[in-house]
Design a protein. Sequence first.
Length: 274
Amino acid sequence: MSNLAVRKLLVDLTTPFDTRWCGGDAFKSAFFNALSMSFPVGEQFFIDSVREGAKQMDEATREKFAAEVQGFIGQEATHRRIHALFNGHLETQGFVNNIALRSANRIKANAHQNVRQQLAATAATEHFTDIFADWLLSHPEIFDNTEPRLKTMWQWHAAEEAEHRCTAFDVYKALGGNEAWRIRIFHYVTVTFLTDVMLQTLHNLWRDGSLFKRSTWRSGYQLLFSQQGLLRSNIGHWKAYKSSRFHPVQQDDTLSQQWLQNNTSAYSLVGRSA
């Protein structure tokens, strides 16, 4: 079982920030904004899925997972709150959060699914966030010329995503979740998540007035499809999830642990799972 700390981020998110807050880059700002816009609804779904999964365990198994589930819920609830504050500034800048509405409607439409299917979707999405987390922490230059408080917010979130990468997967397995459904739902999440994020990114760029600028798409190619880009460089990690021998613990969390150890001034501990 993982020992998950719940942390209070010591960063000012009441002060507004520039529209192109990520180093003045229109595409990077729009893309990260799209991710942030998806987080509050998504993280509430993760919380609900893991909490309900724990309730359906037998008493002995539930006791074994109790502390980790509590830590997972605490971390995700904190992420939800922080990104809601961040998204509030985006709203005042004129950005419309379509991705949250699409996600909420999809969750409602699939509410009839049993908890194992919901956990499989949570575990699949957590794999994406873990991939993103490791990539983000290994490329700090992405935030060159970005306000330190916003850089800290994203790196803190990334570090905690890597830290709790196993929880939903392990709860799914503990409830008897099978491999066929795990992979089937992973493919479904791949399509819906990437489509939603890219549609929201396009909408953000349109609202920003930079959708049709050549510089925007040069930046987008570099961020996503260059040799070290987010999508191109992580195809192997995406494929790894489909192996019957896969477990999230196989994904290296060294950068996450290093960031948390080296940036203790950025947060205070609220609690830690036993």
